[in-house]
Design a protein around this ligand. Structure first.
Ligand SMILES: [Zn+2]
Length: 286
């Protein structure tokens, strides 16, 4: 397909939200903590999983791919090794955070390197805060980052095309994004152990799924509705700190909840609440 002036071809455009815990081979905290030797090593695995997705999506007809960094500092991918058909949104402090770019007119989204939610079994399972959130519920349903971000994508009419991660992340995705391709790159043994396939094996699996998924690319009618998010922390003072945010109410000793008119507003409030709670954590006592 001929490229237009912006370097894009005429096919549908895809957003890849690239997290890291669910990437090929990742099982340990150091693997995903910026600055460590293992993180440096796993940046290559993350870039490999992303490149496999780009290759598959383009083989399936994608005309443009935007990769949005979604893990911690949001500066993990190796731009110098990125497939030249993709562009990279790197760095943090973005209004829609893990899903920045979902409002830019894309025709499908990929949740790459995702993981099970807090309190659930799965490699490096958590929802936003790794240690101090013990549960999140979206409209009463237990909510991983994948479920929250899928609801956000729906508000812009964007279908989730592919979810990659361990077997637990994929079982979760089967609940919130049933029609997406679910690509298992490792099988969970414990929160810090997994049986892993080598990157060349997972790359082929990811690329095939991404290519197949492009049949579903194309925006649907946006689903805009009121949402309620409830969060349980591991200590009472974190709930008290979060309840200082307007519209947030304590619903139990360690629980808070809030409602918002749209998922975009709910996720902005979620970001504020988790930031305030994170700031209230006190050393080893949490
Ligand atoms: Zn992450």
């Amino acid at each position: 397909m001929p490229a237009n002036e912006s370097g894009r071809t005429a096919g549908p455009s895809v957003l890849i939200s690239a997290d890291m815990e669910g990437v090929t081979g990742v099982t340990w905290t150091d693997d995903v903590v910026p600055g460590t030797e293992q993180w440096q090593r796993f940046r290559t695995m993350l870039t490999g999983d992303v490149n496999a997705t780009v290759a598959g999506a383009c083989a399936g007809g994608a005309g443009g791919v935007l990769v949005n960094e979604a893990h911690l500092s949001q500066r993990n991918l190796l731009l110098e090794d990125l497939d030249t058909r993709a562009r990279l949104l790197t760095g943090r402090h973005k209004p829609l955070s893990m899903m920045e770019g979902i409002d830019s007119g894309v025709d499908g989204a990929v949740l790459l390197g995702y993981h099970a939610g807090s309190g659930c079994e799965g490699v490096l399972s958590h929802t936003y805060l790794p240690a101090h959130i013990t549960g999140v519920w979206l409209d009463e349903a237990p909510a991983s980052e994948g479920r929250l971000n899928t609801a956000l994508a729906a508000e812009y009419g964007v279908p989730i095309l592919v979810v990659t991660g361990d077997d637990r992340a994929c079982a979760d995705a089967a609940e919130y994004a049933r029609e997406a391709e679910h690509v298992v790159v490792k099988e969970c043994v414990s929160r810090y152990a997994a049986v892993c396939d080598p990157p060349s094996v997972t790359a082929a699996r990811i690329a095939e799924a991404a290519e197949r998924s492009m049949r579903r690319a194309g925006r649907a009618e946006p689903v805009v509705s009121r949402h309620r998010i409830e969060i349980e922390f591991d200590a009472s003072h974190l709930a008290q700190a979060a309840a200082a945010v307007p519209t947030v109410a304590e619903t139990g000793l360690r629980r808070i909840a809030f409602e918002a008119e749209t998922m975009t507003e709910a996720m902005k409030a979620f970001k504020v609440v988790t930031s305030i709670a994170d700031g209230a954590v006190q050393g080893k006592y949490g």
